[in-house]
Design a protein around this ligand. Sequence first.
Ligand code: SF4
Ligand code: FES
Length: 239
Amino acid sequence: MPTRQVKLSINDQEVQAEEGITLLEAAREKAIGIPTLCYNEELSSYGACRLCLVEIFRGNRSRLVTSCNYLVEEGLVVRTDTEQVRRTRKMVAELLLARSPNSEKIQQVARDLGVERCRFPLEDNDCILCGLCVRTCREVVGVEALGFSSRGSKREVVTPFCEPSQVCIGCGACAYVCPTGYIELKDEDGVRKIWDREFKLRRCRLCGNYFAPEFQLKYIQEKWKIPRETLELCPSCHD
Ligand code: SF4
Ligand code: FES
């Protein structure tokens, strides 16, 4: 069935977009840049970082919305570059920087938005609660080894019941997507340490290098019915 199209305006450009897509997707289709941090097109939108704010207008009224989870609407007027958008994004970047001052990714985002100094007290937390790790674990890896606990200032990413997770496969995808380096992953002497667990690493049959946790490879083998021999070589020796 053909998908319904809606017409809207973004920065005075008339845009025709498929119903059900977000303002961010519609803007990107027109090469209109919007900064993001907690968005990843492979994952569900979460709307946590608020960097992707845009201003929407109805009659005389306007308000800021997060474009990564606001769907296109017929006749909507959107601006991605108003004074209010720029000012608020800059403040959001400063708050993120205050929370995770050592993250190069956040430092870069802040620089791009013109933040020259941070007016808020610097914390030493590093997790900005973007949820990329939690969503990647659940939606891409297919296990639920991570989640959020508590609310407000006590909110944090944890393993279930704050115990070493029995469903974690040690793949490290959470550490890979984390923009702040909060998740510690260490490979040493054939063992990977992550989230208070230790995973034995498999050696490549050809080069002998350690390349992935046995547990992760077993999970892949069973889930996608891949023969064990295929998983005995590291990515470099596969080529
Ligand atoms: S640990 Fe990293 S990826 Fe996970 S919520 Fe915190 S900052 Fe985001
Ligand atoms: S990218 Fe939209 S809220 Fe983070």
